[in-house]
Design a binder for this molecule. Structure first.
Ligand code: GLC
Length: 590
């Protein structure tokens, strides 16, 4: 609490996936690190997730059972158990219903609409049981898009729901949660008014994301460029008019990465650790990567890497078009990913064409991915669209120079190399065109071979970039403050070490930042480009300064409650689960 008695804002972050509990994509990485970063900046954070089978299996013994209740959704009345786990100052709540979530995968079921309708309804229904009444519920993608709508529905009757503000973050507008119009009442328990006034209707379908965008108090996209792009048909998957209409409450906040998790100096998954001051480990990682992938062990040949879901919007058709031209360059190519059959087949075929120079692994393998980030020299990401993209930031952190198309977060994080003033942190091309991509690949490979000093400095600039969550966390706090009217209460002292000291002494580590009305959400957030390495300033010293600034000693993990009850034990209580009606929610996007 601050001197004036103001308490930190309470934010409930609703998400369908979060690292380390469950992951299918970038949303999980964001949900796994952003809440802790916001908590470190002075808000009270809780995250709410479905209790999927894999969470129950891996974390069951650490979960604390709190209570259960029944959730009414249309004609169904379903059991909902509430579990809790505290980690890095963030409370994680898990909503349990075996019928919906005790399944092998997170998504991909014909009743996904009903499953996440239940999740969203249950988040609102279980609020009174969470001992955490939020000022804001921060929703993510279509799976939690019904929350702002249910809050409005319940708010008609109860003031306390009206007071809860909502933020809707769009991680990828391609996935909108679209269903046939007949399902509104039956599946989501919503009055036909929501359909009749068009709030949740789009092109003849129920569209949950659209409803959330209209109902939320603030809407964010995961990079400033993506927030702009969403106003145009090319990027918006039919939602451009909605986005323009809501532009007044839309902002772009750039994602960060977990700088501790992705740290070449400490990463346990890579063969040898290294720092910008001593890159010898990176050379060892390159040799290891060549061995792992069956590539010729040539220390001087640059490795161009792709780590990606193998789907169309990642721009893989561009690689296909000029594949032989790429392979004419003195370069090795590695690809890791899985996805569309046509791309999997193409890359498998490609490997056979250039044995020892091109290698592919189909699938997702975290350890191999980290070996690639560490061992490669260039990282190719020619996406047709990319809301934010995390891989290019991870690659840079590991000194692997990105080659990207200028779209969304790629544009905001990668700044083109400028030889004349030795600036930039990667190679970029603007038009979605394989010739333009090939041109910059040639430039990059040419720089690597012919100007190793320049390439080295470029690598160091990548490694010096600040991709931490800290600034983005501040921007989210400003947004929360703007919609709640509550001042941001910052942790005491800007120096993270002083904060840790206070916590160790058991003092509340907060101070009031300002009682000024919150500023409107900022559009900024572009990752800072590091200054070009200055010849006068020894690089190692500059890095030490920077690293000292970034390092935050971790607080000892909060102890799991003694009385932890594995989720399984509660199965008996689930008798009340409603019989599930099979629905034809076949338009679910994921
Ligand atoms: C989605 C986007 C990706 C973004 C991630 C996290 O997966 O496609 O660009 O980085 O969400 O926000």
């Amino acid at each position: 609490m601050s001197e004036k008695g103001e308490t930190a804002m309470k934010i409930l972050y609703a998400t369908s996936e979060a690292v380390p509990f469950c992951k299918t994509g970038g949303l999980a990485d964001v949900s796994g690190s952003l809440p802790a970063a916001i908590a470190a900046e002075g808000a009270q954070m809780a995250v709410v997730l479905p209790l999927y089978r894999r969470i129950r299996d891996q974390f069951g013994s650490q979960l604390e059972y709190l209570c259960y209740d029944y959730v009414n959704l249309a004609w169904r009345r379903s059991y909902c158990g509430l579990f809790r786990l505290v980690r890095d100052k963030v409370t994680y709540y898990f909503l349990d219903n075996e019928q919906y979530f005790n399944r092998g995968n997170l998504y991909g079921y014909m009743d996904d609409g009903e499953r996440f309708g239940f999740f969203s309804r249950a988040v609102v229904r279980m609020l009174p049981h969470m001992a955490f009444w939020p000022d804001v519920i921060h929703c993510n993608d279509w799976q939690s898009a019904l929350i702002p709508i249910y809050l409005k529905d319940d708010g008609v009757r109860e003031e306390r729901y009206r007071a809860v503000r909502t933020v809707m973050t769009i991680h990828n507008i391609e996935y909108q949660g679209r269903f046939g119009p007949e399902v509104t009442g039956d599946l989501f328990g919503l009055d036909s008014g929501w359909v009749n006034d068009g709030t949740i209707m789009m092109d003849g379908d129920v569209n949950l994301l659209k409803g959330a965008i209209l109902c939320a108090d603030a809407v964010t996209a995961v990079s400033p460029s993506y927030a702009e792009e969403l106003k145009y048909a090319y990027f918006a998957h039919g939602m451009e008019s909605v986005m323009r209409r809501c532009a007044y409450k839309l902002s772009g906040v750039l994602n960060g990465i977990d700088m501790k998790r992705y740290d070449p100096a400490a990463d346990p998954l890579i063969a040898k650790n290294y720092t910008a001051a001593d890159l010898s480990g990176k050379a060892a990682d390159k040799a290891e990567l060549q061995r792992l992938m069956g590539l010729r062990e040539e220390p001087d040949t640059p490795i161009l890497a792709v780590v990606s879901r193998l789907v169309a919007h990642k721009g893989l058709d561009l690689i296909r078009e000029v594949f032989h031209d790429i392979m004419e360059l003195p370069v090795q190519l590695v690809v890791l990913g899985q996805g569309d059959e046509k791309f999997e087949e193409f890359f498998s075929w490609a490997q056979g064409q250039y044995p020892g120079r091109m290698a592919v692994r189909l699938g997702y393998d975290e350890a191999l991915a980290m070996n690639i980030y560490a061992g490669a020299d260039l990282f190719l990401m020619p996406s047709r669209s990319e809301p934010c993209g995390l891989s290019q930031m991870i690659a840079m952190r590991y000194g692997t120079v990105p080659i990207v198309r200028e779209t969304g977060g790629l544009k905001d994080t990668v700044h083109p190399y400028e030889a004349w003033r030795d600036a930039g942190n990667g190679f970029t091309f603007a038009a979605y065109n394989s010739g333009d991509m090939l041109f910059v690949i040639r430039q990059a490979v040419g720089l690597y071979w012919d100007y190793p000093d320049h390439f080295h400095r470029l690598r160091l600039r990548c490694m010096e970039g600040d991709f931490s969550w800290r600034r983005s966390a501040g921007e989210y706090l400003r947004i929360y403050s703007g919609i709640t009217g509550k001042p941001r209460v910052k942790p005491a002292g800007e120096d993270p070490e002083s904060r840790i000291g206070e916590e160790a002494l058991g003092k509340p580590a907060v101070q009031e930042e300002s009682a000024q009305p919150a500023e409107p959400a900022l559009q900024e957030g572009t990752a800072q480009l590091a200054e070009p390495a200055h010849p006068e300033k020894p690089l190692a010293a500059a890095l030490v300064e920077r690293v000292t600034e970034q390092v935050r000693t971790e607080k000892p993990a909060l102890k799991a409650p003694e009385d932890t009850k594995p989720a399984e034990k509660k199965t008996a209580k689930r008798k009340g689960s409603a019989d599930k009606k099979e629905t034809s929610a076949d338009k679910a996007d994921k």
